[in-house]
Design a protein around this ligand. Structure first.
Ligand SMILES: Nc1nc2c(ncn2[C@@H]2O[C@H](COP(=O)(O)OP(=O)(O)OP(=O)(O)O)[C@@H](O)[C@H]2O)c(=O)[nH]1
Ligand SMILES: [Mg+2]
Length: 294
């Protein structure tokens, strides 16, 4: 019989490579928020997968980027490779056929003595699979990866192979979390994240980066969860856009977030939402500290 293994897997990569999608697909639950916009993820999110012979503790992280220079983005960049450096194994995620300077910059931040696997994601969009071979060959020359696994987080292709490659790279040892535990984050955290996801999915290009969600209260009344949330923005004009004409846009985002919460929590949710202006919060060290960005 295989020895039991257990360990942490820190995910890293440039923004938008599909790190959060991959974590969700591997764990089988939507724990980490996803959008087509870069740097959607802001917090380290743990997702736990327990199998008979292995417990995988995945940690998702923000994508590292070089464009924005706000205090918030500096913090996110610090977080970007933290999980990969601290974990038993780093999981470096790149997009199929796309390895550029931003990808190389992430790799540079992961020490050479760290055990590291590469995932080539989004192979479902590769038209000619033979194009992958020279790409994989070039990638293999950038670092001594334990393995390089081409996958699709969207279709689930090759994920069993990825789990097997990860299993053999993890240390032997007993499980550290109960088998039914999926994450180390609480419902309050997911409530804020799911609403923030709707801002990323439904608002224009720049605005989501000026928004943050704070949960003011989270109460369980019998089987109902009563949640009050505030969306922080930086200017009055942004508030008007988030709320929309007659409050329609905010209503639509809140309703989508509430449905996702009900699915994740397995029960009815009442969600009250407010929008408040907090001038330049993305560059205010004091506000960022209050919001949990050290
Ligand atoms: N076609 C395809 N799209 C994918 C796949 N995985 C993720 N995506 C899409 O890629 C976009 C980014 O996905 P995320 O999971 O948010 O990427 P991320 O790396 O976590 O991004 P940040 O948190 O911003 O760093 C979304 O639009 C996903 O739907 C895949 O395997 N195939
Ligand atoms: Mg993400």
């Amino acid at each position: 019989m295989n020895p039991h293994r257990c360990g942490t897997i820190g995910i890293a990569g440039r923004p938008n490579t599909g790190k959060s999608s991959l974590l969700n697909r591997l764990v089988g639950e939507k724990l980490s928020i996803v959008s087509p916009k870069p740097q959607t993820t802001r917090h380290l999110v743990t997702g736990i997968l327990t199998r008979d012979d292995c417990q995988y503790v995945f940690v998702d992280a923000p994508g590292q980027q070089s464009r924005s220079r706000s205090a918030l983005h500096r913090t996110l960049n610090r977080r970007a490779t933290q999980a990969a450096r601290d974990a038993d194994v780093a999981l470096f995620v790149v997009e199929a056929l796309r390895f550029g300077p931003e990808d190389a910059a992430v790799l540079d931040k992961i020490p050479h003595d760290q055990k590291i696997l590469a995932v080539v994601n989004k192979i479902d969009v590769v038209k000619k699979h033979r194009d992958l071979i020279p790409f994989l060959d070039r990638l293999s020359k950038t670092r001594a990866f334990e393995a390089i696994v081409p996958v699709s987080a969207l279709t689930g292709k090759n994920l069993p192979q990825l789990l097997e490659a990860l299993r053999v790279a993890l240390p032997e040892g007993p499980a550290v979390y109960p088998a039914e535990q999926l994450t180390d984050r609480d419902e309050r955290f997911f409530a804020a994240e799911l609403l923030r996801e709707k801002l990323f999915q439904q608002m224009g290009e720049e605005l989501p980066y000026r928004c943050e969600v704070v949960i003011d209260s989270f109460k369980e009344e019998g089987r109902l969860r009563r949640i009050e949330a505030t969306i922080l923005v930086e200017r009055d004009s942004q508030k008007a856009i988030v709320v929309g004409a007659g409050g329609e846009r905010l209503k639509k985002m809140a309703s989508a977030a509430r449905k996702d919460m009900e699915k994740l929590f397995g029960g009815k949710v009442y969600l009250g939402t407010w929008v408040k202006v907090r001038k330049s919060w993305t560059d205010d060290a004091r506000v960022l500290r209050q919001l949990g960005y050290e």
